[in-house]
Ligand binder design. Structure first.
Ligand SMILES: Nc1ncnc2c1ncn2[C@@H]1O[C@H](COP(=O)(O)OP(=O)(O)OP(=O)(O)O)[C@@H](O)[C@H]1O
Length: 299
């Protein structure tokens, strides 16, 4: 488990992290979303032990990471500025990582070669941005990480490679229980891969939710009636949003779709349908007016 509590970091008087708190359960795929400058990379750099906090706690498996070699061996990261030596080829960097991470798996490295098909004799610096990202993934995934921390991981990858990289990553999560924390600007991109989502802005984590909590509890219902009259809904239904076009009403409601559809039958609809919501929609409706800052980020 990754635990961050009340983390504060300032750079020359500027507060980049302002009491940030976040929990990534073991085996989770956690997406951290936020606008430019929210503090995502700074937070990730504390979790990987690169930065020392001014105050607050950062622990992985219950132990602090900063200047803790054993803890760092369990975490492999692809930061936004992945490091490689100027003259290094992929093989030379792989050798370096194999020295740093005792669990580096050479067999896996050879296996992934088929997937990435990169020019192995070329210095990494001469590769395209997307190829460099692929090289980082190739080497990182060969380290068999217990914790994987990725800063905007698929930036610069083409759509086919994106899908392949997500596949390798999710296979690792299901086969080995790898815990993944990744940052992104794009909630849509995370929808298919994450089971936890946190929203960050101005150095704070504004909210954290599990995807199943959200998806099992917020429903879009489309319903049509014979007449143009406003229907009287059962009082126990919790409506987050309502719109109508003619006799067709769209409701966003809190609760399970089966239960809501069952209760809506009492309004005598001619058509009643539950429609899945996107993650972005769920967040927007869930937040409502309650949290303006988070609301604005998503809109
Ligand atoms: N080493 C540093 N020195 C001074 N300021 C810094 C440093 N690192 C980060 N900051 C500042 O902290 C804030 C958060 O930056 P950070 O890179 O963590 O944001 P981010 O959410 O990752 O943004 P982006 O999505 O644009 O990558 C920014 O205002 C940035 O200028």
């Amino acid at each position: 488990m990754i635990e961050v509590k009340n983390l504060v970091k300032t750079f020359d008087g500027f507060t980049a992290l302002d009491s940030a708190t976040l929990t990534v359960p073991k085996g989770a795929v956690y997406g951290l979303v936020g606008p430019n400058g929210a503090g995502k990379s700074t937070l990730l750099r504390h979790i990987t032990g690169v930065y020392k906090q001014d105050s607050g706690q950062v622990t992985v498996c219950g132990v602090p990471v900063y200047e803790n070699r054993h803890a760092k061996e369990r975490i492999v990261s692809i930061p936004d500025d992945w490091f490689y030596y100027n003259q290094s080829t992929i093989w030379e960097m792989a050798k370096l990582y194999a020295g740093m991470y005792p669990q580096f798996d050479r067999e896996r490295f050879y296996k992934l070669r088929e997937l990435f098909r990169l020019p192995e004799k070329k210095p990494i610096r001469r590769m395209s941005k997307g190829m460099q990202r692929q090289a980082a993934f190739w080497i990182t995934m060969s380290c068999m990480p217990e914790y994987l921390v990725l800063d905007e991981p698929v930036d610069g990858l083409d759509p086919v490679m994106r899908r392949q990289v997500w596949q390798v990553l999710l296979d690792d999560v299901s086969a080995r229980g790898t815990t993944v924390l990744l940052s992104s600007h794009n909630l849509r991109e995370l929808e298919d891969v994450c089971d936890h989502v946190g929203i960050m802005d101005k150095g704070k984590v504004l909210l954290e939710r599990t995807l199943s909590d959200l998806q099992d509890n917020t429903v879009k219902i489309q319903v049509a009636y014979k007449t143009a009259e406003e229907p009287t809904l059962p009082a126990e239904l919790q409506v987050l949003h309502h719109s109508r076009v003619g006799r067709v009403h769209t409701y966003i409601m809190r609760g399970s779709s089966e239960e809501i559809c069952r209760r809506m039958q009492i309004t005598d609809p001619v058509l009643l349908e539950a429609i899945p919501l996107t993650l972005e929609e769920i967040f927007i409706y869930e937040l409502g007016g309650a949290d303006d800052a988070a609301h604005k980020i998503l809109l």
